[in-house]
Design a protein around this ligand. Structure first.
Ligand code: AMP
Ligand code: ZN
Length: 472
């Protein structure tokens, strides 16, 4: 399976082992607020990647952290601790906020059919591991103490900017926002491993350490949690594109300083979801959430479908019109799948079914081309294969796409059956008369009967499977 590897800037095979096992690490959410649908684009595409790897027969172990301490409002080491900001906003403790928004995150994931990773680890469960790692970096000369904090010394590395396309200027974001640059750093790119003396005297969560009471930096959390569960050799690391620098750059710097060899060969980054007004951000206050989509009447899986219709390496712009289009397309797709159930049994074609399978595999193995994979789904519905072959292929493809197509189609059929079984005898008689009138091409009478049916509160519709009656 080929993906675009941000480290080599090439589309290439994800290296696999003979055992078929593959370890996958995903940067989890910072749980100071609800996830916005931009964050969730990243988690949807990572979920599709994981499911595609499983579809290809790999035994995936997926690990995710929950950032409940140490992530400051600027990804450089400036600004406020996001968790503390959330706690103040809601007059709660940091741990209350963390619990509430972690649960809310997984509730959103469930609605979007995003599988929960095998391992989910809050950063605050691993303080001893972080301290051990920082101690080792101090012993080996990769870290230094200045002004009370412990910093990673990026000048000790042969190559720090491993992803290219970024520079020291990207670290200036917080500074431009009016926050003072940290004068303790020996090099501009150095980053904090452990805060003891920060300007936040009211930091709520603090732990004892060899350097005094304090709390960990954000980047060390992911390195340690990934290594705790996946060992020194991680196969695949994922995140949103903004994580590439400085977060993933710093994860690589400190991990490789700790283990003395390459840590992870494949890096998968999902590009951003923007609104027409620009980048979506939790810290801006007003933002788009799964609950908002639901309030407006959308099934969250329509948003998943919307994401799958474009490539993960392209910036995606969200607007309601685009979501409406996705909604219409999703409903039509489900209706077409529901219609498959009433197709006449036929012999089918094993060869055609194989061709469709191959086309689907090619699409997902070609840098996760989900839009192309969805096209194969439409091809399948038109193909000259049997009803059972169609349903089997839909199930199998949807194990990657995660659109609950069979579930939705069966629910639609059941709703139709329930509605039909409730039709009163008087209406059923009029429907039958109308059917005969249509057969006799007496459309004036058919229209008259339709009006009568309508007066009784029912509606007739002609569908591929024949005449249907619905309660208005
Ligand atoms: P956070 O909760 O801020 O730690 O972010 C959680 C994940 O969402 C990270 O992988 C980010 O890279 C990703 N992310 C943040 N903003 C966006 C966006 N607008 N579109 C897609 N992914 C995003
Ligand atoms: Zn991370």
């Amino acid at each position: 399976m080929q993906i675009f590897n941000s480290l080599t800037r090439k589309k290439e095979e994800i290296a696999t082992h003979e055992s078929g096992k593959l370890s996958m690490y995903t940067c989890g959410p910072t749980v100071y607020h609800f996830a916005h649908i931009g964050n969730l684009r990243t988690y949807i595409m990572e979920d599709v990647l994981e499911k595609a790897l499983r579809y290809e027969g790999l035994d995936v172990k997926r690990v995710m952290n929950i950032t409940d301490v140490g992530h400051l409002t600027s990804d450089g080491d400036t600004g406020d601790d996001k968790m503390l900001k959330g706690a103040k906003r809601e007059h709660k403790t940091v741990m209350e906020i963390a619990k509430f928004y972690t649960d809310a995150f997984f509730a959103d994931c469930e609605k979007l059919n995003i599988k929960r990773p095998e391992v989910v680890e809050p950063a605050t469960n691993n303080i001893a591991e972080f301290i051990k790692a920082v101690e080792k970096l101090m012993e080996t000369g990769y870290a230094y103490e200045a002004g009370g904090n412990i910093y990673f010394d990026t000048s000790k590395l042969g190559k720090y900017y491993v992803f290219g396309d970024v520079s020291e200027d990207d670290l200036e974001v917080g500074v431009r926002d009016g926050v003072e640059a940290d004068s303790n750093k020996r090099n501009k790119a150095d980053f904090v491993l452990w805060f003891t003396k920060s300007k936040f005297d009211d930091q709520e969560l603090k732990w004892d350490s060899p350097w005094g009471i304090g709390y960990p930096g954000w980047h060390i959390e992911c390195s340690c949690i990934a290594m705790k569960h996946c060992g020194e050799y991680l196969d695949l690391h994922c995140g949103g594109i903004d994580n590439q620098f400085p977060h993933h750059t710093n994860e690589i710097a400190q991990s490789e300083a700790l283990i003395g060899h390459q840590w992870c060969p494949s890096w998968f980054h999902v590009h951003h979801l923007n609104t027409s007004g620009g980048k979506m951000s939790k810290s801006k206050g007003e933002f788009l959430t799964v609950s908002l989509l639901e309030e407006k009447g959308y099934d969250p899986l329509v948003y998943r479908f919307f994401c799958l219709q474009s490539h993960y390496r392209k910036t995606l712009t969200f607007d309601w019109e685009n979501l409406n289009n996705a909604n219409g397309a999703y409903e039509k797709l489900v209706a077409r799948i529901a219609a498959v159930y009433s197709e006449q049994p036929s012999e089918g074609s094993a060869q055609k079914a194989e061709e469709l399978k191959k086309a689907f595999t090619e699409a997902i193995c070609n840098d996760l081309n989900t839009a192309q994979a969805v096209t194969v789904l439409y091809d399948l519905l038109k193909a000259d294969i049997s009803k059972d072959q169609k349903l089997d292929l839909i199930k199998s493809f949807d194990s990657v796409l995660g659109l609950d197509l069979i579930g939705h189609a069966e629910a639609q059929l059941k709703a139709q059956q329930d509605a039909e079984s409730d039709v009163p005898a008087e209406v059923a008689e009029l429907v039958e008369k109308r059917r005969e009138a249509r057969k006799a091409k007496d459309f004036a009478l058919a229209d008259e009967l339709r009006d009568k049916i309508s007066e009784l509160g029912w509606e007739v519709k002609e569908t591929r499977e024949g005449t249907k009656v619905y309660k208005k």
